[in-house]
Design a binder for this molecule. Structure first.
Ligand code: C5P
Length: 223
């Protein structure tokens, strides 16, 4: 079984996708981590992100290994564990420049399809999450979900993740970055409105367990 989950920043899709994968005994692929790893690699190699051909060249030879266990997902680049390094605000601020490079999207899309195919061949199945999985990477997935949440709920979640609080100051500190990243990403991928055949799950008023259950209900209804 292949489950594709897309959604904007702060929709909770990473933790919910891991929860769904764990509940169903499936592998888990965080495609955002792949874009983050590509960004980390380019910065590590001193490649200016504005040089689209140089960035694409680096990504074509990106020595990336994704660990797809939902209990313990890992990301290694050139043998280096970059799991934490790719979550910094520096990478969050830079990643859209790499993700809007169409040559990069073609290459990472190819790697993502290969991961999905390899899970399918091994008979395990996979939950793959990102921004364009339901539409571009795996439009033929068995289950396709768009996980949304109101802007208010998304900002509060991201503020709790990054600043450990969702008071007004923390939300304000998060607002610019989250909204700008979504706006930049939206220039090349569409993840605010469900495509044909994609089921929307709105998590604005659901807690984590309820959201995982809502996605599991969708899985049950379509397979
Ligand atoms: O999900 P996460 O916030 O880690 O994604 C980081 C970035 O990776 C996004 O802001 C977007 O630029 C890019 N991305 C993408 N397509 C995907 C997944 C992520 O463009 N399928």
């Amino acid at each position: 079984m292949v489950v594709a989950i897309d959604g904007p920043s702060g929709s909770g899709k990473s933790s919910v996708s891991r929860g769904v994968a764990s509940a169903l005994g499936l592998a888990y692929l965080d495609t955002g981590a792949m874009y983050r790893a590509a960004t980390w690699w380019c910065l590590h190699r001193g490649v200016p992100l504005s040089d689209v051909d140089a960035v694409a060249g680096q990504v074509r030879t990106l020595p990336l290994v994704m660990g797809v266990d939902p209990q313990h997902p890992t990301v290694h680049v050139d043998g280096i564990d970059v799991g934490e390094a790719i979550r910094t605000t520096e990478i969050s601020a830079a990643v859209s420049a790499v993700a809007t490079n169409l040559q990069v999207r073609a290459e990472l899309g190819r790697l993502q399809r290969a991961e999905i195919e390899s899970a399918r061949v091994r008979g395990r199945g996979i939950v793959a999450e990102g921004r364009d999985i339901t539409t571009v990477v795996a439009p033929d997935a068995d289950v396709r979900v768009l996980l949304t949440a109101s802007e208010e709920a998304r900002l509060a979640r991201r503020a709790r993740d990054v600043h450990g609080s969702d008071d007004a100051a923390a939300v304000e500190a998060t607002r610019d970055q989250v909204l700008r990243r979504d706006a930049d990403d939206s220039t090349v991928v569409q993840f605010h409105v469900a495509a044909d055949g994609v089921v929307t799950v709105d998590s604005s008023h659901l807690d984590f367990d309820q959201t995982v259950q809502a996605v599991l209900d969708v899985v049950e209804s379509v397979v």
